[in-house]
Design a protein. Structure first.
Length: 196
């Protein structure tokens, strides 16, 4: 039975495997595969911790949500809202036509919010663990998953799939990115990491 005190975290592994709402590609790698791996590791870390209840938007690498970009995004938000999640974390890889652009950034709906405080901790922890460039916490109220969620929501752009150094980190150490997000969540909530 679930402990009533567990913190409910909804992890959205950005994008679908193919077709509708598929993600960016770079160096032969696909955003949706990386986000699936990172989200799955994050879910495992949170579940093993014991203080969290977790749901993920995609439960298999092949699972697709929705029949259009709009319904795919709505399915992710509705999953979190209907469950009554305490926090929503959407995981993405960034892309740019300029291959030199690199680093990690986290998007929130507005400054000075609970989500912005969580975003700062998550960003710092990823940069610290993975050695990516700190591109800051950024405000983007137009992002559907930030606008329509009923709980504090962050959208994490792990690193750039179009940058040669970043993509190696994404592909070789998805666990490291997940652990960075997990560490940021613990710091935000002022929780000690569990003893091994």
């Amino acid at each position: 039975m679930m402990d009533a005190q567990q913190i409910k975290i909804y992890i959205d592994q950005g994008h679908n495997p193919q077709g509708v709402n598929a993600g960016a590609e770079g160096f032969g790698y696909r955003e949706q595969d990386i986000t699936y791996a990172v989200g799955t590791y994050l879910a495992e870390l949170l579940r093993e911790d014991g203080r969290f209840a977790v749901r993920t938007s995609r439960n298999t690498p092949e699972e697709s949500l929705g029949t259009s970009n709009a319904t795919s995004l709505a399915a992710r938000v509705n999953g979190a809202n209907s469950w009554g999640a305490d926090y929503f974390i959407s995981i993405h890889c960034n892309a740019n036509v300029n291959p030199a652009i690199n680093g990690t950034e986290v998007y929130v709906y507005r400054e000075g919010s609970v989500a912005a405080d969580l975003a700062r901790q998550v960003l710092d922890a990823i940069v610290q663990r993975m050695g990516t460039k700190d591109n800051g916490v950024r405000v983007n109220p137009s992002l559907y998953v930030l606008r329509r969620t009923q709980m504090p929501a962050i959208l994490v752009e792990l690193a750039y799939i179009t940058n040669a150094e970043d993509v190696q980190k994404l592909v070789n150490d998805p666990y490291g990115f997940a652990y960075g997000i997990y560490t940021g969540i613990l710091r935000y909530l002022d929780l000690e990491a569990p003893a091994n």
